[in-house]
Design a protein around this ligand. Structure first.
Ligand SMILES: [Zn+2]
Length: 596
């Protein structure tokens, strides 16, 4: 077996360098063995001659349709059904129309279940599952699913990434043959962009979320990591237990999870709560449950009090099995949302009326497991020496094993108390734009006002490795209360609003998803203004001759800091800063905090 892997890898390298086609390359990619599977959900598939066969079914799930084909198929279905309408809700970076299908029986407005597929465009199971489900709602008697809720379905969220098909994208997924990319056309990962909202796709989705305010929001993905027996896994922000808003999380854990688990099990699938491995090479080290910020769909849903589900189908299950599992999950989700509509509405209202006093900003793995999965359904593996990496690599053997899996939780290490409000200068247009987009309420000062405010100074600011189109920044912070006169036009963002916790996550400097952490204020790191040396020298000389306090401080600094004393430019800059206003806001966080 070892020999065959060696030769396949060598062949792949030869074919790759020879520039042979992606389709050919795919046939020689070695994935671990698949477990045989059959289940009741296979009965959902139509016969090959069915007029409403979906493109993926027609291709026996070997390929997945491109954007134009999906759009044309949905338009044909909508033309044949009064239940379906197709809408656009924005444009991608490359100008493609973002589409959703609204499935509704009409009449008085009903609450909505919002499902999106392809935020990571290669993980496209949700698209083909949604097409099957819409077909069955429109043509095959499943319209009862719409008795009490509407379905809004986004077949492809990251369309630009979806259209860059290649066999080399997501090579860990067992089908379809060619897949799109993870990121959008600007190489932004849309599932890291909900807080900073840089991508046009994100801006369109946040606007859609605000417009629909769904009962339930489902984001369809495919996993990576390790082999296991489970085929359909799902989770929520903070695995439920670390959610920021309790009532919606309780509904997800108490009602959604059991309902879809039962439906999937009855249909022949093996569901579980998404197991995120600590160390894929040593699965027994455990799985991680952790809080999360609003950069993610699930984290964002939690912060805005919309019950949100992350679906993570298992990468090594065949595409057909994954699509069928997604279908079963979505159908069960529609049913439980319909059944619990008033409960969910009440949970959302309760969360939005809550006023959390603190925001957890840092955490660290807890020393002891917070629980155990007693019978984790794993897959056996061994290791072999890979000539490619030169070290031992994993080889999954396909045999089911069970073991006791520790659940690694987190303990809080830092949290911040929410202020009464934040004050944003009128010039911070990028911040104000994001606040408007997120639906965070604020008021604008008509006349100047003097207040005692907590002002935040950065200590040791450091730019981090560029990430997601930004240069993130890390620093420690010193808080000092002082009187500040706010000019007219200053913006007051109250923490006392339904989105108060989201405002905190964006505006508290210590927050990992704050605008500051994402690097929104590079101007505060710029050097102070300067001028010609002959002017600075004359100015400094005059200052030393006329201001004894400055002179004493200057001389003390010369004695204490030899490198400063030996640096003519630093000496002149120091004197210039003491002569006038210096940098208007060097290392100063521009947003002030109004304390309780
Ligand atoms: Zn994903």
């Amino acid at each position: 077996m070892t020999t065959s892997i060696y030769s396949a890898s060598a062949l792949a390298a030869v074919l790759f360098s020879a520039g042979l086609t992606n389709a050919l390359a795919q046939t020689i990619l070695d994935l671990p063995p698949a477990r045989p599977w059959s289940g009741r959900s296979e009965q959902l598939l139509v016969k090959p001659d069915d007029k409403w066969i979906t493109p993926a079914e027609a291709a026996d799930f070997k390929t997945t349709p491109r954007y134009a084909e999906v759009k044309a198929w949905l338009e044909r279905l909508a033309a044949a059904s009064p239940l379906l309408t197709i809408h656009t809700f924005g444009r991608t970076g490359e100008g493609r129309e973002l589409l959703y299908v609204h499935a509704s029986k009409g009449g008085p407005a009903k609450p909505i279940v919002l499902v999106q597929a392809g935020i990571h465009a290669g993980e496209i199971d949700g698209k083909d599952a949604g097409l099957l489900l819409l077909r069955d709602i429109a043509r095959r008697g499943k319209d009862h699913l719409l008795d009490r809720v509407d379905l809004v379905f986004v077949p492809i969220y990251n369309i630009d990434g979806h259209e860059q098909l290649s066999a080399w994208n997501f090579p860990h997924l067992r089908g379809p043959a060619e897949k799109g990319r993870e990121a959008n056309a600007r190489n932004l990962n849309l599932n890291r962009d909900y807080a900073k909202a840089d991508a046009p796709e994100t801006r369109a989705m946040i606007a859609l979320l605000r417009e629909l305010d769904p009962l339930l929001y489902i984001d369809c993905h495919v996993s990576e990591g390790f082999d296991m027996q489970y085929d359909v896994t799902f989770t929520y922000a903070g695995w439920g237990i670390y959610a920021r808003h309790r009532a919606t999380a309780d509904w997800l854990q108490g009602r959604f999870g059991p309902a879809v688990t039962q439906a999937l099990t009855q249909a022949g699938h093996i569901p579980t709560l998404y197991p995120s491995p600590i160390d894929t090479r040593e699965p027994t080290k455990g799985i991680r449950y952790s809080p999360e910020g609003p950069r993610y769909s699930t984290g964002y849903g939690d912060f805005i009090s919309v019950p949100t589900v992350l679906v993570e189908n298992h990468m090594l299950k065949p595409y057909r099995q994954r699509v069928l599992g997604t279908y079963v999950l979505l159908e069960a989700a529609l049913k439980i949302a319909a059944q619990d509509a008033s409960r969910i509405t009440a949970a959302k209202a309760m969360d939005r009326a809550s006023r959390p006093a603190e925001l957890l900003t840092r955490w660290t793995p807890a020393p002891q497991p917070i629980g155990w999965v007693e019978q984790f359904k794993g897959i056996s593996f061994d290791t072999y020496l890979s000539p490619a990496s030169g070290r031992l690599e994993q080889r999954w053997l396909g045999q089911p094993i069970t073991f006791r899996m520790p659940i690694i939780g987190q303990q809080p290490t830092e949290s911040v108390r929410l202020p009464k409000a934040w004050w944003v200068p009128a010039a911070q247009a990028e911040v104000l734009d994001r606040l408007r987009l997120h639906g965070i309420a604020f008021e604008t000062l008509a006349t100047p006002r003097t207040l005692h405010l907590d002002q935040v100074r950065l200590v040791g600011p450091k730019l981090l490795t560029p990430s997601e189109g930004r240069v993130p920044l890390a620093a420690t912070f010193v808080h000092e209360v002082s009187a500040q006169t706010l000019p007219a036009g200053s913006v007051r963002v109250s923490a006392d609003q339904p989105n108060g916790l989201l405002a905190a996550a964006l505006l508290e400097p210590e927050s990992q998803d704050s605008f500051l952490s994402w690097g929104f204020f590079p101007e505060i790191l710029a050097p102070a203004p300067s001028t010609d040396d002959f002017v600075l020298a004359a100015l400094g000389e005059r200052l030393l001759a006329t201001n004894s306090k400055v002179k004493a401080a200057f001389e003390a600094k010369l004695r204490a800091e030899p490198t400063f004393a030996a640096d003519p430019n630093a000496r002149l800059a120091w004197l210039y800063a003491h002569a006038g206003p210096g940098h208007p806001y060097r290392w100063q966080y521009p947003i002030a905090r109004e304390l309780n």
